[in-house]
Design a protein around this ligand. Structure first.
Ligand SMILES: *Cc1c(COP(=O)(O)O)cnc(C)c1O
Length: 371
């Protein structure tokens, strides 16, 4: 007889001990249930407050009778829709179960035990997760004091073991970005065999004139661009994102991809969403309004914030962020506490609807007055 837990800890792969579980934004229903609240707003996961395009909802409704049929493993229609929109070719695309999946596939395709990966910090925790699962080592390069990229430090962090560099622009949780000059400085000063992953999950919200997209470099460098339908397109529940890279690179990522990794509903929803760019514009407008409103409120309160290119803002509450988080939670407002990003006085807040933004500002004022 084997005791199932006896020695199991030593039996699992070593790297599992180094993994920190992902901390998601608290679900609305959980907060309602646990705190007995009726009105709860979630400004914690950078979701789109106006939801998905009507066209994509209609597309998934129509598909309900096809639930017994396997998805198209090649995502043909969706790839076609992306190709029309982005001037890349079908064989330069990989579709994933969220761009999260593509981060993991990249790690599986390229990282051997002991390889090194470079990532900015604070940034998206999935880079650490994916690399650690492969027994690779992540060198975190701190952003500068103003939370912009430290380009020189990123370049200097490269060693002969470096295989992959993650760049997140606009960066989660800071909203800072890479300019064209900065990106080119990195690309031109690292060994050309390194895979550079440009995570552009918030691309649609970026407005800076010198904002750089990695797409311009997929043929000249080993650049992989990640985009998602979870944020501006409002399809987070479906889990669909994509990668853009050279045909050769995509070929190898495909080797580790499950044959039916993206479900049919996600495929039709995303295909319809791409065709509705008006919805993306509306989503962008909401973000710009939220930005104005929250920037004003923070200035009034004397709270330093990081100018953002995303649909969220990183703000210094000058108090213990865990306390601010908890007090806001009890008032039905879910945000992200900065301590998980190593910034114990900051919170990250997603721009919501006008009404949600007002609620957040009012509750924040009261919470800060209490602390
Ligand atoms: C939200 C987010 C993603 C991923 O999203 P998916 O839902 O997996 O497509 C990827 N990168 C960053 C930086 C994000 O914030």
């Amino acid at each position: 007889m084997t005791n199932t837990s006896n020695g199991l800890e030593r039996f699992v792969r070593n790297c599992l001990h180094d993994l920190k579980p992902y901390i998601p934004g608290k679900p609305i229903d959980e907060v309602k249930r646990e705190l007995g609240l009726d009105r709860v707003i979630k400004l914690a996961s950078n979701e789109n407050p106006i939801g998905a395009s009507a066209a994509s909802k209609e597309a998934t409704r129509k598909l309900l009778d096809q639930s017994h049929i396997y998805p198209d493993g090649n995502c043909f229609e969706l790839k076609q829709a992306i190709v029309k929109n982005l001037q890349v070719s079908m064989d330069q695309l990989i579709i994933g179960n969220g761009s999260d999946e593509i981060i993991k596939l990249l790690a599986e395709a390229f990282l051997n035990q002991g390889d090194e990966v470079i990532a900015p910090t604070p940034s998206f925790s999935e880079y650490w997760f994916a690399a650690t699962v492969m027994n690779a080592y992540v060198t975190g390069v701190p952003l500068k004091d103003d939370f912009t990229y430290d380009i020189d430090a990123m370049i200097q962090a490269v060693t002969p073991k470096t295989k992959m560099i993650f760049l997140c622009s606009p960066n989660n949780p800071t909203g800072t970005y890479l300019s064209k000059t900065e990106l080119e400085t990195i690309l031109n000063n690292i060994p050309s065999d390194i895979v550079v992953v440009m995570d552009e999950a918030y691309y649609e919200y970026a407005t800076a004139d010198d904002f750089a997209t990695g797409i311009d470099y997929i043929n000249s460098h080993r650049v992989v661009v990640l985009r998602t339908f979870s944020k501006a397109y409002g399809l987070a529940a479906y889990r669909v994102g994509f990668g853009i890279a050279s045909k050769e690179l995509i070929h190898y990522i495909n080797r580790v991809r499950e044959p039916f990794n993206v479900n049919s509903f996600a495929q039709v929803a995303a295909t319809a969403a791409i065709a509705d760019q008006k919805h993306v514009e509306d989503s962008r407008d909401i973000v710009e309004e939220g930005k104005k409103l929250l920037y004003n409120a923070f200035e009034e309160l004397g709270l330093p914030y990081v100018p953002t290119q995303g649909n969220f803002v990183f703000v210094d509450t000058k108090k213990d962020s865990k306390d601010v988080f908890t007090k806001l939670l009890h008032r039905g407002v879910i945000v992200r506490s900065g301590d998980i990003f190593g910034q114990p006085t900051y919170i990250r807040v997603t721009f919501g609807t006008a009404e949600e933004n007002e609620i957040f500002i009012n509750e924040l004022k009261e919470v800060l007055a209490e602390l």
